[in-house]
Design a binder for this molecule. Structure first.
Ligand code: HPA
Length: 289
């Protein structure tokens, strides 16, 4: 048995939440490091500590509140993870992605995920926001894939397609909204590479990842997207470039978590505006998308 891939466990968690909130979310939002303010935008919020939710892991990271918040955003019923789970916390990858399946069972159709990431692309600046067009799942190369183990057809197929993981229409919507809001100069599009962490990358690793086609590197999101796509939810993801990855041996710079949180604070308001305006324009999509 793999933690998190158990349909009954996810169903029980979804039913527990459905019995405690009137909100019937169609949009799920995951707040990355320093980006928890997104959850504060929800109207008539109702929140649950992760530690009170059956089968949920606990959030152990500074900068992640560890709460699930239900409410409406621009009139759309939403559920928001204020803080997420990571491989480096020691949880199995099936456990850190369990919320995606719970959301699916609660009726969520669209997932919006945010994270903080290191910029590998030399054109990126700290404070840029990268729309994910694709990912490289490094742990997956070593067999750490959230879909490993017996497949439950009630969630999705054994071999799900990932070439359309990041919804094209939502990416276009992001650029349209950014243009209207005057954010075009800091909105980028690129490839996100996930690593297990918690140590930041070495200089050699950064150079390797960049050569392999990654524009940004982080420790989250891709696993969640794999599980969400498996279950037929549409996905959109943003990386806030919180630091420049160190690529040369003469550099005195050092990656650190405080810088990650600080950049989040500086860009938070614009990121919230971008996401909430996008949510306002989301149409209801069927699960076939
Ligand atoms: N590397 C990995 N994860 C990160 C980084 C980074 O430089 N910045 C924020 N999350």
């Amino acid at each position: 048995m793999y933690a998190g891939d158990n349909y009954e466990q996810c169903r029980a968690t979804a039913d527990w939440l459905l019995s405690k909130t009137q909100v019937r979310p169609t949009v799920g939002i995951v707040c990355g490091s320093g980006l928890g303010g997104l959850a504060e935008m929800l109207k008539d919020p109702q929140d649950f500590k992760y530690s009170d939710i059956p089968n949920f892991p606990r959030s152990t990271v500074h900068g992640h509140a560890g709460r699930l918040v239900f409410g409406t955003l621009k009139g759309k019923p939403c559920v928001c993870m204020q803080g997420r789970f990571h491989l480096y916390e020691g949880y199995p990858v099936q456990k850190i992605t369990l919320p995606m399946r719970v959301f699916k069972l609660m009726g969520v159709e669209t997932m919006i995920l945010t994270n903080a990431a290191g910029g590998l692309n030399q054109d990126y600046k700290v404070g840029d926001v990268m729309v994910l067009k694709d990912h490289i799942n490094m742990p997956g190369f070593a067999g750490v894939n959230p879909l490993a183990g017996p497949n439950d057809d009630r969630f999705g197929v054994r071999f799900p397609c990932m070439s359309d993981a990041y919804d094209r229409e939502l990416r276009r919507l992001a650029f349209d909204v950014a243009s209207e809001l005057g954010y075009s100069d800091f909105l980028r599009e690129g490839v996100y590479c996930v690593l297990g962490g918690p140590s930041f990358e070495t200089i050699a690793e950064c150079n390797m990842l960049h050569r392999l086609g990654a524009d940004a590197v982080g420790m989250s999101t891709a696993h969640e997207v794999i599980v969400a796509r498996h279950a037929g939810m549409r996905c959109f993801a943003l990386s806030l470039i919180s630091n420049q990855s160190v690529m040369d041996y003469d550099s005195q710079k050092k990656a650190n978590h405080e810088e990650v949180l600080e950049t989040g604070r500086l860009r938070a308001e614009q990121l919230e505006k971008l996401v909430s305006t996008m949510v306002a324009r989301l149409e209801h999509y069927s699960n076939s998308h």
